[in-house]
Ligand binder design. Structure first.
Ligand code: DGL
Length: 265
């Protein structure tokens, strides 16, 4: 392990920044390389074989180029498929992001939970298995969204995104006859790292109050545990942001808060 460590955070786009933000809080000393595979975005629209064939060699190239101490796959659509392939191929610690079904079902009072993810994530065998293992008697509704990740990217890039378009993606999560129905949905799992980018609007547009489960803090704790105690040296090189499309960063001002105030090179 190098001191300070290098952590590579990978997503199909800007959603993984919601995971990065928590890891930066947990390990402010680390050097961060954030990779957005925007040339292949959105992953939710690709087949399982296409995602495995894309992500496994690409992460290999990134490991060779940046020599990270740990890699975070900050994407549910990829993590629900590629983690075992990555661990078999490369000898370093990997942390994935998968739908937080277990804590959501453990905390739901009405015993009705929705999982909001990409169409790919909600179809996965991995996700179905999490439900059969951890639903703990809850009714779990799977909601595959075709557009929400792209709407989140647009909003973060400063484009205007209509409330109606977000509300339409959200509506199937809310099962029940309103806020007083004792059997209504009371917990929604944010099973795509893009969605916390829209959290304030999700709260505002929800037909009734629910708990929104974002696994990012738990992922950051896992990363911190794997890296061990924080060293005394802080990274001087700041942070790097890479878009696989090689587009220039027009987004720096919007991005710096996710990097703990550093301006990504
Ligand atoms: N951020 C990704 C996830 O967590 C998905 C967005 C996409 O479709 O590329 O699933």
């Amino acid at each position: 392990m190098s001191t300070p460590p290098t952590i590579l955070v990978f997503d199909s786009g800007l959603g993984g920044l919601t995971v990065l933000r928590e890891i930066v809080r947990a390990r402010p000393d680390a050097h961060f390389v954030y990779v957005a595979d925007d040339a292949f975005f959105p992953y939710g629209h690709h087949t399982e074989d296409e995602i495995i064939a894309r992500v496994v060699p690409l992460v290999g190239e990134l490991i060779r180029a940046h020599a990270p101490d740990l890699v975070v796959i900050a994407c549910n659509t990829a993590s629900t498929l590629v983690m075992s392939h990555l661990r078999d191929a490369y000898p370093l610690p990997f942390v994935g992001t998968v739908p937080a079904i277990k804590p959501a079902c453990a905390s739901s009072k009405t015993r009705r939970v929705s999982v909001l993810g990409t169409r790919g994530t909600v179809k996965r065998e991995y996700t179905r298995k999490l439900i059969s293992d951890f639903a703990q008697g809850c009714e779990v509704t799977l909601v595959g969204s075709g557009e929400l990740a792209s709407l989140a990217e647009a909003a973060l890039s400063g484009q205007s995104v209509r409330d109606e378009d977000i509300a339409a993606e959200l509506a199937p999560c809310f099962v029940g006859n309103g806020a007083s129905d004792p059997a209504r949905t009371d917990t929604v799992v944010l099973a795509c790292t893009h969605y916390p980018l829209l959290l304030e609007r999700l709260r505002r547009l929800a037909p009734w109050t629910v708990d929104w489960i974002d696994p990012a803090p738990a992922i950051a704790r896992r990363v911190a545990d794997l890296l061990g105690p924080v060293g005394t040296e802080t990274d001087e090189a700041g942070a790097e942001m890479i878009f696989t499309s090689k587009r220039p960063h027009a987004l720096s001002a919007a991005l710096t808060p996710f990097f703990g105030g550093r301006v990504p090179a």
